[in-house]
Design a binder for this molecule. Structure first.
Ligand SMILES: *[C@@H]1O[C@H](CO)[C@@H](O)[C@H](O)[C@H]1NC(C)=O
Ligand SMILES: *[C@@H]1O[C@H](CO)[C@@H](O)[C@H](O)[C@H]1NC(C)=O
Ligand SMILES: *[C@@H]1O[C@H](CO)[C@@H](O)[C@H](O)[C@H]1NC(C)=O
Length: 302
């Protein structure tokens, strides 16, 4: 008889605990908008991890990179860090990675990660040393030069010279300038302006950094959510503008709307989708059909 009594008594303390948890959670969420706690240990640790375990041939001074990073961020107000401010830091970073098989993406981050994991040897920005070191971190300085602001940082959109935005712009530009051979671009056909010249890193920075003399093919893969909407494709919407732009700048390109690998990856994550139900037989049966549909268009200059 004591058991039901105590379980009846439970709700009251539980509610109290929940409220306390909720309260501390929202306080934590606010704090997360500031510089990521332990940022120095994370950045320097990731750097050592990278040059020791991931790419042991790379030689660089992780502490020096950190010092240059601090230099760039600390002496500025939180909305006043330009790409140029990071130049000394980037100069301390060795830029030696294979230029081939670069993968660019816009608004397809989750799928990009699965894709990069199964298609071997593709390189994304996050695989470079700088990309690896600063991935998912937030930082900003304070005007009075007393270090990082751990309590709050402005939104990315607040300023063109946001310290996080400026670092990624510079990193993206370097990455694109390095690209050669065949490159792949993953775009999201379920949104309007899958290719955005203004608001995407690919459209505003990386595209301009690509060199048609170094790049053999720009292979674009448009991918929509399995459940739709199917808003843009190789022959519809902003992607058509991208293809025209590539053409006019002398790039050779291909564009596909139905990449089989990407579709299978989506089905693995969400097998209940109706377009995946027949996956077992029909993706293979339709292989011939898919590869015909696959390349909606390709362009070649000369
Ligand atoms: C921004 O930085 C530049 C030089 O780095 C400086 O001249 C300017 O006064 C700064 N502006 C603000 C608002 O801090
Ligand atoms: C496309 O973008 C939407 C909105 O950002 C997102 O929810 C969706 O997961 C993206 N689709 C793919 C295939 O990446
Ligand atoms: C580069 O892309 C083109 C067009 O998709 C393809 O024909 C060619 O085989 C690719 N080359 C390499 C080395 O992957």
């Amino acid at each position: 008889m004591t058991v039901p009594k105590s379980s009846l008594a439970l709700p009251v303390p539980t509610v109290t605990i929940c409220l306390v948890l909720l309260h501390s959670c929202s306080a934590q969420l606010r704090a997360q908008l500031g510089t990521t706690p332990n940022i120095k240990q994370i950045v320097v640790g990731r750097c050592y991890n990278y040059i020791t375990l991931i790419n042991p041939r790379l030689r660089c001074d992780c502490e020096a990179i950190w010092r240059q990073f601090e230099e760039a961020v600390m002496r500025q107000s939180s909305c006043n860090v330009t790409m140029e401010d990071y130049h000394d830091m980037f100069n301390a970073v060795p830029q030696s990675w294979p230029c081939d098989r670069f993968l660019f993406w816009s608004k397809t981050r989750t799928l990009m990660h699965s894709y990069a994991a199964v298609v071997r040897d593709v390189w994304t920005l996050e695989d470079t040393l700088v990309g690896y070191m600063f991935n998912d971190l937030i930082w900003c300085g304070q005007e009075d030069d007393s270090g990082f602001d751990f309590s709050s940082c402005p939104e990315w959109s607040a300023s063109r010279h946001h310290p996080v935005y400026s670092l990624w712009r510079q990193a993206s530009q370097n990455f694109a300038e390095m690209a050669c051979g065949n490159i792949t671009v993953l775009l999201n056909g379920s949104i309007v302006n899958a290719f955005s010249r203004k608001s995407s890193m690919f459209g505003s920075v990386e595209l301009d950094g690509l060199n048609p003399q170094r790049v053999d093919y720009v292979n674009i893969k448009v991918v929509t959510n399995l459940e739709g909407p199917h808003l843009e494709s190789c022959s519809q919407g902003s992607i058509v503008d991208l293809l025209q732009l590539l053409q006019s700048r002398g790039f050779r390109w291909t564009c596909s709307d139905n990449d089989q690998t990407l579709m299978i990856l989506q089905c693995i994550q969400d097998p209940q989708q109706s377009s995946c139900q027949t996956c077992g037989n029909s993706l293979l049966d339709r292989k011939g059909l898919l590869s015909v549909e696959d390349s909606v268009g390709s362009g070649e200059v000369q």
